[in-house]
Write a protein that binds this ligand. Sequence first.
Ligand SMILES: [Zn+2]
Length: 189
Amino acid sequence: MDVVELFKFFINSKSETPDDGGLLEFIEEYLEGFDAVRVDVKDVKNLFIYKKFSEGEHLCFAGHVDVVPAGSNWDTNPYEAVEKDGFIYGRGAQDMKSGLAAFTQAVKETKEFKGTLSLLLTSDEEGEALNGTVKLLEFLENNNLLPDACVVAEPTCSKEFGDAIKVGRRGSINGYLTLKRETRTCRIS
Ligand SMILES: [Zn+2]
């Protein structure tokens, strides 16, 4: 498979959170010769797959195989990749089956690397994200497998592919703000 075929194959899988659509098992077989660890938690599927090419740094590619339910109003089947006007359409094409296909193929085609390459994949990113990456990272920490650096293939470009790389990840903070009205008595003299 080339990267485009792989991308279409990923789109064709109905992997609505927390269903991985069989993709983790597929990737495990696709990356032959890599060591794979499954850390499934409840209905969430997680895969850490790695290969030590030589001594050196450990670079990890992180991502998710799940998508938000497709909903209605699609012109075509959301789980059938459609090529039109130079683009490929389908559920999760942008977030993040394109990134997933890109790094999976890149890692598969790597012949030499100074260090270790790995993929950290979950089926629980678009949901509550409690039993996915967090649990995998705990596992990696306990087994001395934490990477030195990580590339997350979430879509980040603003206009054109590759026009932005973000350092870190945007987060969010939730809280309550209580406004109290103060009553004052004005005395007019
Ligand atoms: Zn995403």
